[in-house]
Design a protein around this ligand. Structure first.
Ligand code: IMP
Ligand code: MG
Length: 175
């Protein structure tokens, strides 16, 4: 890893407050139904769990893993499925939970893939969105925070597998 330090972008209080709002919105939007959350490993684990705790309609969960960044901070543009879902999503109201949308390639690919499995509905919820970096246009129904084009870590997001456990969103500043 290059020499760097971390600065706070969004505090733990800000992140938690926004997740609570998202949970309330999802609970209203899915009133009378249940939701099937698809957590994209590994980055979305923290966000998915915190969000699920704030949703008041019945929740089920499944996990999927795609390849993303290695030790680099730039997207390779290649999306590879490393772990598929355990259960069928046919007829379910599905929300894909992501940590961050950058180029949009990962979610564009996943949305197409899961859409072919005939869910009753399919939406996307992301904690963070970097709109300036978008290469592929993908509609996102629930966004926690729109942020500027900086490399961020914490709340599940990593820099070379480190910092996922930070309870806030930090910015990596290279020295
Ligand atoms: P996309 O396919 O370019 O939209 O990339 C999405 C994935 O890239 C995310 O799920 C993250 O794993 C990773 N990623 C994008 N930006 C960042 C960042 O600022 N910090 C850490 N990981 C990131
Ligand atoms: Mg990652």
């Amino acid at each position: 890893m290059e020499k760097h330090h971390v600065e706070v972008m969004l505090t733990e209080e800000q992140v938690n407050a926004r997740i609570r709002e998202l949970g309330e919105k999802i609970s209203r939007d899915y009133a009378g139904k249940s939701v099937h959350l698809i957590c994209i490993l590994k980055g979305s684990v923290y966000f998915t769990c915190e969000l699920a705790k704030r949703i008041t309609v019945p929740v089920t969960m499944d996990f999927m893993q795609c390849s993303s960044y290695g030790a680099d901070t730039k997207s390779s543009g290649v999306v590879r499925l490393a772990k598929d879902l355990d259960e069928s999503i046919t007829g379910k109201d599905v929300i894909i939970i992501e940590d961050i949308i950058d180029s949009g390639r990962t979610l564009n690919h996943l949305k197409k893939l899961l859409g072919q499995r005939n869910p009753a509905s399919l939406k996307i919820c992301t904690l963070l969105d970097k709109p300036d970096r978008r290469v592929v246009d993908v509609p996102v129904e629930y966004v926690g925070f729109q942020i500027e084009d900086k490399f961020v870590i914490g709340y599940g997001l990593d820099y070379d597998q480190q910092y996922r456990n930070l309870p806030y969103i930090g910015v990596v500043e290279f020295d």
